[in-house]
Design a protein around this ligand. Structure first.
Ligand code: CP3
Length: 351
């Protein structure tokens, strides 16, 4: 591995400079991404064509001195493989042809076989590892059971996800059946990505923060812990760092750190100083600049990077990132300013 800063930081080992990667680093803000997506015909075709998924994974790595690559795919590949029929149209967002709302519909769901039903993802992982040739580590990922259940029950994105919440409240046993089959699918999928060559794993619990505390513990946290434990019992995945990102769930950082994960992703509504005070050094922290900072001037971007580095302090265990995905309207040059600022302002901090 030519650049192992990211893996060292996740292991809470000292680094020469703070590693940085960006959620949605291969995305619509990059003209080269838009060109490849146009060639693919659609976002879903792009995900399902390993050569093109590999191409867009590598685009941000070619443009910027990033410290990690993330598999180009989507969290909704699992429900698609369960037969729900995913489409993602410009201006509409993700949508399923079928929803899952009744006990009978949930009982009909099976755990997809990662190497057959999701072969295109595993082929992409293998191809990307070959093309990266040890330049930077590759992150594999999946959605959390709660977040996937939100889309499966609702059938599309939503501001409030009232339908899955109502199902959890009215028929908790039914919701637990759904979360259980999804959690087993997520764990098997992540283990298969590890076997195919992923070098770190991340779980996106984007909608965990929509839940009140007791519901978060029952319907989200519990399944995150189940996945962490399953991966610990997997011969290959047990050696990979696991990052949990529960957006908007700052009230639960200690409990999230206790799941057995190696790092927590953070959104921008908590300071890195406060987060570190609460979880100590038992997990690394990943984040957490407000993506809107990328609309500010280069001077303001550098100042915010400096502030985040100072907030974390001179300890090992920080992976720099945004607090959520980069938005399509960002000028790619501004991201370059951010990445350079992370490396320059953190260099020698631990040396
Ligand atoms: O980070 C990366 O570069 C890796 C690729 C990645 C994508 N989606 C590509 C994508 C990852 C890690 C995801 C995860 C994902 N997908 C999450 C969790 C992270 C988060 O953002 O909260 C969620 C909730 C989804 C579901 C999903 N897929 C949404 C909400 C959207 C955006 C819809 C829109 O129009 O804004 C997608 C589509 C999607 N996934 C795009 C990309 C680059 C944009 C679609 C396009 O190119 O047309």
């Amino acid at each position: 591995m030519q650049n192992d800063r990211f893996l060292r930081a996740l292991a809470r080992h000292p680094v020469d400079a703070t590693p940085v990667w960006i959620m949605r680093q291969a995305g619509r803000y990059l003209p080269e991404y838009r060109a490849t997506r146009a060639r693919a015909g659609s976002f879903v075709n792009l995900c399902k064509t390993p050569e093109l998924a590999c191409e867009v994974t590598l685009q941000p790595i070619a443009r910027y001195p990033l410290d990690a690559a993330i598999l180009f795919s989507d969290i909704l590949t699992i429900p698609d493989a369960m037969g729900l029929g995913l489409s993602v149209d410009e201006g509409v967002g993700p949508r399923f042809a079928k929803t899952v709302r009744t006990l009978a519909e949930i009982e009909a769901l099976g755990v997809p076989d990662a190497e057959t039903d999701l072969r295109y993802v595993m082929d992409a992982v293998r191809l990307i590892r070959r093309e990266l040739d040890g330049k930077v580590p590759l992150i594999g990922f999946a959605g959390s059971p709660w977040t996937l259940a939100c889309y499966m029950v609702e059938g599309a994105g939503s501001a409030s996800f009232a339908r899955p919440k109502a199902l959890a409240l009215e028929a908790p046993a039914t919701m637990h059946k759904l979360l259980d089959v999804v959690a087993r699918s997520v764990a098997a999928y992540l283990a298969a990505q590890a076997a195919a060559g992923a070098q770190a794993l991340m779980v996106f619990d984007t909608w965990g923060g929509l839940l009140a505390p007791a519901m978060f513990r029952e319907f989200s946290l519990r399944y995150l812990a189940q996945i962490a434990q399953t991966l610990k019992n997997d011969a290959v995945a047990k050696n990979l760092p696991l990052i949990l990102f529960s957006k908007g769930a700052n009230g639960h950082l200690e409990a999230l750190a206790d799941t057995g994960c190696d790092a927590l992703g953070l959104d921008w509504t908590i300071g890195l100083d406060e987060a570190r005070m609460r979880v100590g050094a038992r997990v690394a922290l990943q984040g957490n600049l407000d993506p809107a900072v990328l609309h500010a001037s280069p001077e303001a971007i550098r100042a915010e990077v400096g502030r985040a580095l100072a907030d974390f302090g001179a300890h090992p265990g920080h992976v720099f990132n945004l607090g959520h995905g980069i938005t399509p309207d960002v000028d790619p040059d501004r991201l370059g300013v951010l990445i350079d600022a992370v490396h320059e302002l953190s260099a020698g901090k631990l040396g």
